[in-house]
Write a protein of this length. Structure first.
Length: 276
């Protein structure tokens, strides 16, 4: 768990933060009961720095990070090596998937999903966007919202998306941006344009700071892990984005279950009617 979170953010950590991360990974067995003051003294850095580092990884309390680092000692790696059999790969990707879902659950306050769901529930129109592969997840979330009767749409083209955003009402609509890095200029540009028009922005993005996160009204945290041991660096991690999208859609449904259940039924009837 601790190493999974560190890997997801390592390239975005400062040199001091990498020093903290490396120390905890190497000395995890010996950090039990360590306070933020103890760790700061050991590394010769400020106490506030180590506390901010724990927050950056998504821990609510410093002690949670220490416990996680200690419990991570001896965990089998999920990195795939040349000698791995299909059975080994099955086990390793299962472990990675479970770790990522658990990390997302711990990194996100339930209130974050509640606020995002309230914005979507009250929206007349919802524009979803993701750049390249992230558009797959934006489209998936869009389909989930359409199924319960929300007026959602997803474009793969940034210019067309901005045109859709131009038609939105700042009092009644919302924009959802899916971007694991939070740094793609297309995604950031759409978020900036939406904000300039007073339209709320929900970001489903990496747990670290990014231009997109700075703009967003609500930030749902997911993990971005670079792993060169698999054919695709995101293999085994994309499930976290899907998990976040499904939790969000379910929270929207929960806002007004009676209405959404009826709309879902009407959509099913309409779909079968069109087949005749």
């Amino acid at each position: 768990m601790f190493s999974t979170k560190v890997n997801s953010l390592y390239t975005k950590l400062t040199m001091t933060e990498k020093k903290i991360a490396d120390y905890l990974i190497i000395n995890g067995a010996d950090v039990g009961g360590m306070t933020s003051y103890d760790l700061a003294e050991r590394l010769g850095i400020g106490q506030a720095t180590v506390v901010r580092f724990s927050k950056k990884l998504g821990y609510r309390m410093f002690g949670e990070m220490i416990d996680d680092a200690k419990n991570s000692v001896g965990e089998s790696t999920s990195e795939i090596i040349e000698s791995d059999t299909p059975s080994d790969i099955l086990v390793k990707l299962e472990k990675r998937t479970c770790d990522i879902i658990q990390s997302i659950r711990q990194s996100n306050d339930a209130e974050c999903f509640a606020r995002a769901a309230k914005l979507i529930d009250g929206a007349r129109s919802i524009v979803c966007y993701g750049y390249t592969t992230s558009n797959l997840f934006a489209s998936y979330l869009c389909e989930l919202l359409i199924e319960i009767g929300k007026g959602a749409l997803c474009e793969s083209n940034a210019i067309l998306t901005k045109r859709r955003v131009f038609q939105l009402d700042s009092e009644r609509d919302v924009v959802i941006i899916v971007s694991k890095s939070g740094e793609k200029s297309e995604s950031v540009g759409i978020a900036e344009y939406a904000k300039s028009r007073g339209i709320p922005v929900i970001a489903i993005s990496n747990a670290g700071k990014s231009p997109l996160v700075e703009i967003a009204d609500v930030h749902i945290k997911v993990l971005e892990i670079s792993d060169r041991s698999v054919p695709s660096a995101s293999m085994g991690t994309d499930v976290g984005v899907i998990y976040a999208a499904e939790v969000l859609a379910a929270c929207v449904f929960q806002c007004n279950q009676k209405v959404y259940r009826r709309q879902y039924g009407n959509n099913i009837v309409a779909a079968f009617s069109e087949r005749k």
